[in-house]
Write a protein that binds this ligand. Structure first.
Ligand code: SF4
Length: 445
């Protein structure tokens, strides 16, 4: 292990540039973060030959035609449900910090070794993912033991230098991997810092997120990490509905992440943490809550801006065409959620539990988080600890057969807007939506 020489440290005498002015406006001081300027070096892990998405998609279509159960193409892996923040819109708001017996690295390695030959995308979520100290080791295990190509890490960015260190390590150890950080931010500083409740009043969660984003963009340029993307993620909720118009303009024109996600507050937390009528009651009265109406308005604006080139989704992909296709898939996913809110006919069926898999922090396997943690009826396919970490034994067991047939039809599914668990795996296995994505990609400027 070596440290790069200190000549790479920032000069305090260089004259300010437009980029410096922008960072100053955002309150970003990258000289605070050693990992922006220097890195530890790591040996690459020998890579598996083929990590392209085409093989998994073709095998998925083949299995579908033959009526066989596919191995998962996409995995949502909850690495912890601990968090140092306390946001009312969190999917785990009711049980945050209640479960601490997380799967160990060794347990996860055994699981990944049995997950099959189709895995292409892993979304690491929580809780705060970086509170699991093994996060970088877990990603490396996935790279060694599976054909994964894309890894997404969702984080509240509480410690920017830690995110930079993880990035240096993962991108050097796993040179064929595409890494995306999805950083949470809920609006302008006062709204964000009030919404992302932390115990210390002086804690500036907003600044940490913006610093982490700029630090990641900076190391991409400095160290040539051309497979790194940095997204910002905002949850559309009653807490920020009044500021979202201005916030969207700020994100688009000033913050300029590689991509911005606007997620609708999950149905499962809408009633538990907020004084809202139930989803069923709201739909029966045909009333939209203000945050739902705002979601429809802003996502429509995002669509128009992406197609006109006013908003860029800057995916760092091998070719611009691949990036446009990813952007088109995002727009289709967003359109599906708009249809869900409006109760219009949906574009595709849910493939959770088929192409999409879910692993909870303590080893529950299911098709999605709603199935795994449903208080009405737990639809976990089984637990890894009880099955000797044999993912296939659970994935092909009787409970999995029973519950995957209910995907898209169960009580939990009404009003579901789970992008990475419902929409993305399903879009990939529908000729109709893949064709639509191709056409849409051609329209993106
Ligand atoms: S529609 Fe949503 S809740 Fe239902 S199985 Fe699919 S991902 Fe899970």
């Amino acid at each position: 292990m070596a440290i790069l020489s200190p000549e790479t440290l920032p000069s305090t005498t260089c004259s300010p540039t437009g980029a410096d002015d922008r960072l100053a406006r955002l309150g970003v001081d990258l000289s605070k973060y050693p990992s922006v300027w220097q890195r530890e070096t790591y040996e690459p892990i020998p890579s598996r030959a083929n990590r392209e998405i085409h093989g998994p998609i073709l095998r998925g279509f083949g299995d579908q035609l033959l009526g066989k159960v596919s191995n998962p193409v996409m995995l949502t892996h909850i690495v912890t449900t601990r968090c140092n923040y306390s946001c009312g819109f969190c999917s785990f708001a009711d049980t945050l910090n209640a479960k601490t017996n997380e799967l160990s690295l060794e347990e996860i390695e055994k699981t990944y070794a049995t997950i099959g030959n189709n895995l292409n995308v892993i979304v690491y979520s929580g809780g705060e993912t970086t509170l699991n100290r093994n996060l970088a080791d877990i990603i490396e295990a996935a790279y060694r033991l599976t054909p994964v190509k894309s890894v997404y890490i969702i984080s509240n960015a509480w410690k920017p230098d830690l995110l930079l260190q993880i990035t240096h390590r993962v991108l050097q150890r796993c040179p064929d991997l595409h890494l995306t950080w999805s950083l949470s931010i809920e609006g302008p500083k006062p709204v964000n810092n009030a919404t992302r409740y932390t115990k210390a009043n002086t804690w500036d969660a907003w600044q940490n997120t913006v610093d982490a984003m700029e630090g990641l963009k900076s190391i991409r340029e400095r160290f040539g990490y051309d497979q790194l993307d940095v997204q910002l993620c905002t949850v559309c909720s009653p807490g920020n509905v009044d500021v979202l118009d201005g916030w969207y303009a700020t994100v688009r024109d000033e913050l300029q992440p590689d991509k911005w996600n606007l997620n609708l507050m999950r149905k499962s937390v809408q009633m538990s943490s907020h004084q809202l009528a139930s989803f069923d009651a709201r739909r029966a009265s045909r009333q939209l809550e203000p945050f739902e109406a705002k979601y429809l308005q802003i996502t429509q604006q995002v669509r128009e801006d992406v197609l006109s080139g006013k908003l860029k989704f800057l995916y760092h992909t091998r070719t611009p065409e691949d990036g446009a296709l990813k952007s088109a898939v995002d727009l289709i996913s967003q359109e599906e959620n708009r249809r869900t809110v409006l109760e219009e006919p949906l574009q595709f069926c849910c493939k959770a539990g088929n192409l999409g898999a879910y692993i909870g922090s303590e080893g529950d396997v299911s098709g999605c988080e709603e199935f795994a943690h449903s208080p009405a009826e737990n639809k976990s396919f089984g637990n890894l600890r009880a099955s000797g970490y044999d993912f296939q034994a659970i994935w092909r067991g009787p409970k999995a057969q029973q519950y995957r047939l209910q995907a898209g039809k169960a009580r939990e599914c009404q009003g579901c807007t789970l992008e990475s668990q419902r929409n993305y795996p399903s879009i990939l296995l529908s000729f109709k939506t893949l064709l639509k994505a191709k056409q849409l990609a051609g329209q993106i400027r």
